[in-house]
Ligand binder design. Sequence first.
Ligand SMILES: NC(=O)c1ccc[n+]([C@@H]2O[C@H](COP(=O)([O-])OP(=O)(O)OC[C@H]3O[C@@H](n4cnc5c(N)ncnc54)[C@H](OP(=O)(O)O)[C@@H]3O)[C@@H](O)[C@H]2O)c1
Length: 329
Amino acid sequence: MHKRTLGNSSLEVSALGLGCMGLNHGYGPATDTQQAIALIRSAVDRGVTFFDTAEVYGPYLNEQVVGEALAPVRDQVVIATKFGFTFGADNKQQILNSRPEHIRLAVEGSLRRLKTDFIDLLYQHRVDPDVQIEDVAGVVRDLIGEGKVKHFGLSEAGAQTIRRAHSVQPVTALQSEYSLWWREPEQETLPTLKELGIGFVPFSPLGKGFLTGTVAADATYGSDDFRSIVPRFSQSALQANQGLVALIRQIAAQKQATPAQIALAWLLAQAPWIVPIPGTTKLHRLEENLGGADIILDAAELQSIDTSLAQIRIEGERYPEALKARVGR
Ligand SMILES: NC(=O)c1ccc[n+]([C@@H]2O[C@H](COP(=O)([O-])OP(=O)(O)OC[C@H]3O[C@@H](n4cnc5c(N)ncnc54)[C@H](OP(=O)(O)O)[C@@H]3O)[C@@H](O)[C@H]2O)c1
């Protein structure tokens, strides 16, 4: 698989990373740990060098699995993790916390679970309105100075926050949602990143599965699946958004590719400093997704997709009301 560099930084990664969250967080029952480790190692064998996890996934379990899987190849891979929450007594609550002393504690825990001396890319998971972003950037700058962290990232931060953070400690990457059904980053975020030389890591690049065309219009989700509370996955939204799936299927047929591969190829075509991190628990889908890196959409094809997308209205919010305030700050 070819490589990409995240913005003006020196951080080179495979053009597609692996989002590890769904192995045991957010999408129903956890994958058996040994199977999850095998899947991550299969990704390494197939040229993936960029792995995404977070303290909050599990919490903690996802980092443990990623650390275990990658320990034998630690010097060949880039591990990205995230801080930004405390979890309450039962580990179920997610309370925003980017206070400097908490960031340090979180990093020590991540290093231990990831079985490593340094974190390649450390993101603030969500902007904490109670802590100045300059203070967050300052702690990460210190952690970089101590060799515990190599690169600084933000997730779902707004343009002003990115600029303020970047003025204290250069930001290597922003990780935010971006895909064929969530293009808001094109308005302000991508121009800001381009100007500042910051890389972009789109999360949920497959629309949490929807853009692959495998989500039935009448799909339902259990209470352990985040999609059960996402308005965009309500029955009415799933029905209403079938036109988008039909469009992606049509492009896929023209390119002799699958819908998932088109969703990824489209993101890769937007800028050379974009590195999507699709998630899957299944080897055959991992292989399918990696094939997306070989599909080239030319300018005429991208224009035609743009024109078709402009005629499709996407129904349903991407986050439930209670979580909307946490994104784009
Ligand atoms: N920074 C943040 O706040 C944030 C938020 C969300 C996610 N993330 C990161 O981004 C990564 C990816 O995002 P995501 O997992 O939310 O969404 P995604 O990658 O858009 O979609 C994952 C879903 O698609 C399914 N899938 C994957 N490949 C498929 C294929 N070829 N055909 C059919 N279905 C397929 C997976 O199911 P199977 O497992 O059954 O294949 C899973 O349900 C996460 O793992 C996480 O690391 C970060």
